[in-house]
Design a protein around this ligand. Sequence first.
Ligand SMILES: Cc1cc2nc3c(=O)[nH]c(=O)nc-3n(C[C@H](O)[C@H](O)[C@H](O)COP(=O)(O)O)c2cc1C
Length: 188
Amino acid sequence: MKLVVGISGASGTQLALRFLEHVPQEYALFVVMSQSAKRVARTEARLDLKSTLKAWPRPLELFEESQIDAPIASGSFGIDAMAIIPASLNIIAKIAHGICDELMSRCAAVILKEQKKLLIAPRELPLHSIALENLLTLARAQALIAPPMLTYYTNPQNLESMELFLVGKWLDALGIVNNLYARWGQPC
Ligand SMILES: Cc1cc2nc3c(=O)[nH]c(=O)nc-3n(C[C@H](O)[C@H](O)[C@H](O)COP(=O)(O)O)c2cc1C
């Protein structure tokens, strides 16, 4: 199985890293980061995103948004699913309007045309009507819109357990089995 993870320049690069930590080993991972994602990681977390991902403790193929000739830019490569975490309003607008001027938006367009799963985790607050309409357009194109919403029913004790809930819900949405959070009816 081939999974692409897009990291855009919305707040919360750490959520993408937490997600990458929990993708099962049997998935081949392809990561595309935007220029803005690198800037946000530096600003918010004092993190060099490229170096962090290059040293990632499991194999992954890393791409810059400029690498429009990457294998993941083609439907023939056979990507099974893509998750954009976190998703900026910019990347959402581009995908909703069919703009494919760099690798992340091109890959998302390929996923949609091939009718594979595209998960989008929009991160902005509040959301204006343009963003909401773009998200509706994507939902109608069968994208899964899954923003990082806080959980309370799982009784999270810290930020890590809140993040694990989100990652678990994203993996659920992609059909990837996980045990990252207490499900309703299970003891927390
Ligand atoms: C520290 C920081 C935090 C940001 N947070 C957000 C955010 O939460 N949501 C968003 O849509 N844009 C956010 N932005 C703005 C985006 O980075 C900007 O719109 C950028 O053009 C997005 O580019 P990309 O979609 O190519 O990654 C943030 C920018 C900075 C510097």
